[in-house]
Design a binder for this molecule. Structure first.
Ligand code: EPU
Length: 355
């Protein structure tokens, strides 16, 4: 870089208050608590800062990793490139009609903080998605979901920075091709956009979804007689806390695998041999089987090998007790896949992104 250009770049970075650091530990930035180093690391607080980093000629040819809450990644090695932590903040109401309210949140907002904001303001639709780890910007990437609700059910639109043109583009519901833990950003547009904000369409009159799993049982245990947005959220939080390990205590990234979808004919054959095999019917020809059940039946629930293992209360969650490595967790996940394949002829696909 020529001398004057360097000064201009440094001045711009100084004015934007960004600091590109070197050899930064990513341990605090991934919920597995895995030790790995980023060769370069920067936190950005605005779209302008993000653009400025991407335009910086010093880093144009290095690999980039955009990080939200780090709750869906498995770091298997050091990252020999630039990690950009998205800290775009802000939650605001952008409009309101008779039945809906539109809330826009910056990609770097913590998902659960947004869920709690909506619960407090009595905006309905997000209560079943309480306590999901991660950030708002990461949520549409894999159409996060829990207890019968997915982000697509409350999605209005999102804004994303096109990494080639550095222009902000708007994606409506149909543009995102949401599916079960899927979106266009994991396929056709993988690595091509960074989500900068998401707008949600929330209901002023709640339409409670309480039939899934243990929600009703938990509401009864909580002595709830009059349903409210807060009560449903509290029940979901209670269930999640009882099953899923808190990443602040035990490293994990929630469900490690997706629940596999198999042909109904295969399910019917398995049912003969394994009469208790649970299912969620997708349509007349396809059945979704809980991966947690398959992994438990294959004998892995509560398995521990040194510092890594399979959670004792939810077999779908792999854990790092502290000091385990991403390679070890990856190897364990492959052993689990092999044994589930052998026992059930079902191939489990991974929900977590390997880096
Ligand atoms: N099950 C077992 N053993 C286990 C775990 C589960 O037999 O160790 C059985 C349960 O008894 C139940 C069924 O599997 O019959 C479903 O279990 P659960 O309700 O815990 O949900 P899941 O299908 O395992 C999915 C999501 C979770 C989400 C819950 C609740 C996926 C990959 N996971 O898990 O999402 O919280 O439903 O809606 O779809 C995440 O993606 O990180 C996540 C936690």
């Amino acid at each position: 870089m020529k001398y004057p250009l360097l000064i201009v770049t440094l001045l711009r970075l100084y004015l934007l208050q960004m600091q590109i650091q070197q050899n930064v530990s990513l341990k605090p930035y991934n919920t597995f608590g895995l030790e790995a180093t980023a060769r370069f690391f920067v936190e950005i607080q605005s779209v302008e800062e993000l653009k400025s980093v991407l335009q910086n000629s010093d880093y144009q040819s290095v690999d980039k990793l955009f990080l939200g809450g780090g709750s869906n990644i498995l770091l298997t090695k050091n990252f020999d490139g630039l990690v950009i932590k998205i800290n775009l903040k802000g939650i605001k109401k952008i409009s309101e009609g008779d039945s809906h309210v539109y809330i826009q949140a910056g990609a770097g907002e913590v998902w659960h903080d947004l869920a709690m904001y909506c619960v407090e303001k009595q905006y309905a639709g997000m209560e079943n998605l309480s306590l999901i780890p991660g950030t708002v910007g990461a949520a549409p990437m894999q159409n996060i979901g829990a207890y019968g609700v997915e982000i697509k059910d409350i999605f209005e639109e999102l804004q994303a920075l096109n990494l080639e043109t550095l222009e902000i583009e708007t994606f409506k519901l149909n543009d995102c091709h949401f599916g079960y833990r899927e979106s266009v950003f994991k396929h056709q547009f993988k690595g091509k956009y960074v989500i900068t904000s998401v707008t949600f369409k929330l209901n002023k009159v709640p339409n409670y979804k309480v039939s899934y799993g243990d929600i009703q049982k938990t509401l009864a245990e909580m002595n709830v007689t009059d349903l409210s947005i807060k009560a449903v959220s509290d029940a979901v939080i209670s269930i999640r806390k009882s099953k899923l390990p808190d990443p602040a205590e035990i490293g994990n990234s929630g469900s490690f695998f997706k629940n596999p979808e198999i042909p109904k004919t295969q399910y019917d054959e398995l049912k003969v041999k394994f009469e208790n095999i649970p299912n969620y019917l997708i349509n007349e020809t396809t059945v979704k089987v809980p991966a947690g059940w398959l992994i438990e039946q294959a004998g892995w629930k509560g398995f521990r090998d040194g510092q890594i293992g399979v959670h004792a209360r939810q077999a779908l969650v792999l854990v790092n007790y502290g000091g385990g490595t991403g390679e070890q967790i990856k190897a364990l996940s492959q052993k689990i896949q092999a044994s589930v394949l052998e026992k059930f002829s079902i191939s489990l696909s991974v929900e977590v992104n390997f880096i």
